[in-house]
Write a protein that binds this ligand. Structure first.
Ligand code: ZN
Length: 173
């Protein structure tokens, strides 16, 4: 078979879920919503800094600098997006630390094809919206806006999670 220069996936979705569950067990941060992501970052030895973007950095939503043990988050992003970015950067810490520092440019949740980015997004979704709790709240509220508010994420992020878990809007009505 011909080899291509395509970037390779490092983890399957179930491996990412396992990583998240192990992390929750190790830290005891299980079952709290919105998830205390800031605390988890601190427990992993990282501090988070919220930067006011300049003309040059306004397209950056976040970054992780392993050599300085810090996460950078764009202060001008909506809060729900900042929260997801923080969880996404924690994903890079847990899954991709050996791949060096990472700068995340603003993209929509669905239009990235880079496996490393997709893995960090999947990690963030698992961390902030665990499957069981998500399904429970979905049944309870039957409303994306209420579900996203409960988990502290954007409606777009909740929608992606619902689609991935095969939950259809109005399915339980
Ligand atoms: Zn990323």
């Amino acid at each position: 078979m011909a080899t291509t220069a395509q970037p390779v996936k490092n983890y399957s979705d179930s491996e990412i879920k396992e990583k998240v569950n192990q992390l929750l067990l190790d830290t005891g941060l299980d079952g709290v919503f919105p998830f205390p992501a800031e605390r988890l970052a601190n427990m992993l030895g990282y501090s988070s800094h919220y930067f006011l973007p300049s003309e040059k950095t306004r397209s950056i939503s976040g970054a992780v600098e392993h050599n300085k043990n810090r996460i950078l988050i764009n202060k001008m992003d909506p809060l729900a997006r900042q929260f997801f970015t923080l969880a996404h950067e924690i994903g890079h810490i847990v899954l991709h630390k050996n791949k060096g520092n990472k700068i995340d440019f603003r993209t929509s949740l669905t239009d990235t094809t880079d496996p490393v980015e997709l893995e960090a997004n999947q990690f963030a979704a698992e961390l902030l919206m665990p499957e069981e709790e998500f399904k429970k709240k979905w049944k309870e509220h039957k409303d994306l806006e209420l579900v996203s508010a409960y988990f502290g994420v954007s409606i777009a992020a909740a929608k992606v999670r619902a689609d991935k878990l095969n939950l259809k809007k109005g399915f339980f009505i």
